[in-house]
Design a protein around this ligand. Structure first.
Ligand code: SF4
Length: 324
């Protein structure tokens, strides 16, 4: 079976210039994303996982062109996204939509749901009248499991889970091909998380969508993802098909993240790997393997040489000197 690549990230990096409070005269640089290569196939869900500050959201924002990459290229259906301006950028934005962690922040509290969800329809000139907009919004609300009559209400009248459904309806309004969901369930409690994930799964099937699903927790991406990329300090350290990653994690960081997922039976898991310390500052990343200060398996080479992401099994890549 041939696969169609929709998105390709080619060696992308993002560096932010920041003011160092201990050295205000000298600018410092944060390497938020550092040489990421990823390809996203049509119809798949690619999970991107890592702790706060690992560069996963910055990667999502660069794909949306909310941020420009400092280096590297991002291609959508072979077109270099950095070359797009004006109408062609708007056309691309119709094809790639984003769902945010905090739907309340992405909805205008002064606008009704019809106005919030219908806004992209106006921007992309997809409706002819207000009645047309209202009809489409009602249809979208039904698709995300909300009562269509809610279209006249305001965001504050909804719960967190309902607001996230409204955020999904807004993203779906322009019939995108790809949805980048940035921590879409992190603000919800566990039962609501499952409902929103199930809804996203159903919509993916119905509308033939492709997802990039960003989360800080591997257990969240487990059900929805086909493949998972694990990021650490701006780099992809492991990339694999979901079952391969969960059954046979290769990178010590992925092993630690997986061991931290709670199991239903108390005492069933005794081999929890506790990560020592915090993620180092991306302003001053460690030498060699960026994970070495926290890695229980680190050896001399790890402190000197940066491991490259390389294939270690069928469709399974990792960046670790243990597999050199
Ligand atoms: Fe640990 Fe070394 Fe592998 Fe990095 S390269 S994850 S420090 S063993």
């Amino acid at each position: 079976m041939t696969t169609e690549i929709l998105l390709e990230l080619e060696n992308i990096s993002k560096t932010f210039k920041v003011r160092d409070k201990y050295n205000p005269g000298k600018p410092s640089f944060v390497h938020a994303v550092d040489g990421v290569n990823l390809a996203v196939e049509k119809g798949e869900t690619l999970g991107i996982v890592g702790e706060s500050g690992c560069g996963k959201s910055t990667t999502g924002r660069m794909i949306m062109r909310l941020l420009d990459a400092s280096k590297g290229k991002i291609y959508y259906r072979g077109t270099d996204l950095s070359s797009l301006k004006g109408k062609s950028l708007l056309k691309m934005r119709k094809k790639i939509q984003m769902v945010f962690q905090d739907p309340y922040a992405s909805l205008n509290p002064r606008l009704t749901i019809a106005e919030n969800v219908g806004e992209p329809l106006i921007i992309h000139k997809l409706i002819k009248s207000r009645a047309d907009r209202d009809e489409q919004v009602k249809e979208l609300l039904g698709q995300v499991g909300l009562d269509p009559s809610y279209y006249t209400r305001y965001p504050f009248e909804f719960s967190g889970g309902q607001r996230q459904r409204i955020g999904i309806a807004r993203a779906l309004a322009v019939e995108p091909e790809i949805i980048i969901a940035d921590e879409p369930v992190s603000a919800l409690d566990v039962s609501l998380q499952a409902q929103v994930i199930n809804l996203m799964q159903d919509l993916k099937q119905q509308k033939n969508l492709t997802y990039i699903f960003i989360a800080h927790d591997l257990s969240v991406v487990k059900h929805i993802s086909d493949r998972v990329a694990v990021m650490y300090l701006g780099r992809v350290v492991e990339l694999a098909e979901k079952h391969s990653l969960f059954d046979n994690p290769m990178h010590p960081y992925t092993q630690a993240l997986l061991s931290a997922i709670p199991v239903p039976t108390p005492g069933a898991k005794e081999d929890r790997i506790v990560l020592q310390g915090d993620v180092p500052s991306p302003m001053n990343p460690p030498s060699g393997c960026p994970f070495h200060p926290r890695c229980s398996k680190a050896f001399d080479k790890c402190r000197e040489c940066m491991p490259e992401l390389k294939l270690v099994g069928k469709g399974h890549s990792t960046a670790c000197h243990l597999y050199d």
